[in-house]
Design a protein. Structure first.
Length: 323
């Protein structure tokens, strides 16, 4: 495969693997509490990343060994280490647990729509925390995403759920995505000069350790840790963990590495389409006109946010400017 399409391929693979993982996580969540499922997938992914790091470090190719960055950890500043750990605690442990709680309540299709808030929230936190510019197209795109979420909030509740539970589930999802966005923006300055694998391992370690401590301190710790006993539910939660926390993360980073950020962001967001289709085919969730309209409006908003720089340059070429 030529490198000219490598980034686009990675971005699409990230969307597809995450959509498949969402369906499997939904099935797993029917038997496993959200906090237990969050810890389980972190442990599975952590083992895989650790094996990847060790194998890459042992390869007889100096450039690969250097890119792994094991030697970098020894000289890492304690402040940077704390930032990555905190990013994992907030953006992985807490956010993923809330996302699974939302998934249990509203289903894959509506969670896929809620996830469209990720790009606008990243732009918002980048503006707030990193002083990155926010233009009119960012605001317009973010407003469209919120409109899509608002449309989806009027959808009929899933079987056995009330409208209040639907709104609560969507609120949990939005909070989860906001925490993910805050966590990755917090870590962005450190990630710019920290090798990928050690940085990923540190974020996962922060999220995993805090979840393990909270579960160990819980009066229901026996029930929480029961997820690590081999059971039939492993048939879905192990593949979900591999797809959603290991492969999807690799493909996501690869997309942004080899393709334009705006293109990668739009292709990543096609996970909404894949998730809606898979939820209909596999989970038999209803594919309604209202859900389709919400997804289209939210997806268009993401496209505008991701392409805001290009749109702004196009507008300026016609003599239009703001501020």
């Amino acid at each position: 495969m030529t490198t000219s399409f490598l980034g686009e391929t990675y971005a699409l693979l990230a969307a597809m693997t995450w959509a498949m993982a969402l369906v499997l996580f939904k099935r797993s969540g029917e038997s496993i509490p959200p906090v237990s499922l969050s810890l389980f997938k972190n442990v599975v992914a952590g083992i895989l990343f650790a094996l990847t790091l060790l194998i890459a470090s042992a390869l007889p190719v100096e450039s690969i060994r250097e890119s792994v960055g094991l030697s970098f950890l020894a000289s890492m500043h304690s402040g940077d280490l704390c930032i990555l750990l905190l990013s994992g605690i907030v953006g992985i442990a807490l956010a993923d647990t809330l996302l699974f709680m939302s998934l249990d309540r509203i289903g894959v299709g509506l969670v896929a729509v809620v996830e469209c808030t990720y790009a606008p929230l990243v732009f918002f936190f980048a503006w707030l925390m990193l002083s990155e510019g926010v233009g009119p197209f960012d605001v317009a795109g973010g407003a469209m995403v919120l409109c899509g979420v608002a449309i989806s909030s009027t959808h009929a509740p899933p079987p056995g759920r009330t409208r209040g539970q639907l709104l609560f589930g969507m609120s949990l999802g939005v909070v989860a995505i906001a925490l993910m966005a805050w966590g990755i923006v917090l870590a962005k300055p450190v990630l710019e000069y920290t090798p990928l694998l050690p940085a990923t391992m540190l974020r996962l370690a922060g999220g995993t350790v805090i979840l393990a401590v909270l579960m160990a301190a819980s009066s229901r710790r026996r029930a929480h840790f029961a997820v690590f006993k081999p059971a039939a539910v492993w048939r879905t939660c192990i593949p979900a963990s591999i797809l959603g926390t290991y492969f999807a993360m690799i493909f996501w980073v690869g997309g942004f590495k080899y393709a334009k950020a705006s293109v990668a962001a739009i292709l990543n967001q096609t996970s909404t389409v894949f998730a809606l289709v898979l939820a209909t085919l596999i989970l038999k969730e209803p594919f309604t006109r209202r859900k389709l309209a919400a997804a289209v409006v939210a997806f268009c908003g993401v496209a505008i946010v991701a392409s805001s720089d290009e749109l702004s340059r196009f507008a300026r070429s016609y003599g239009l400017s703001w501020g």
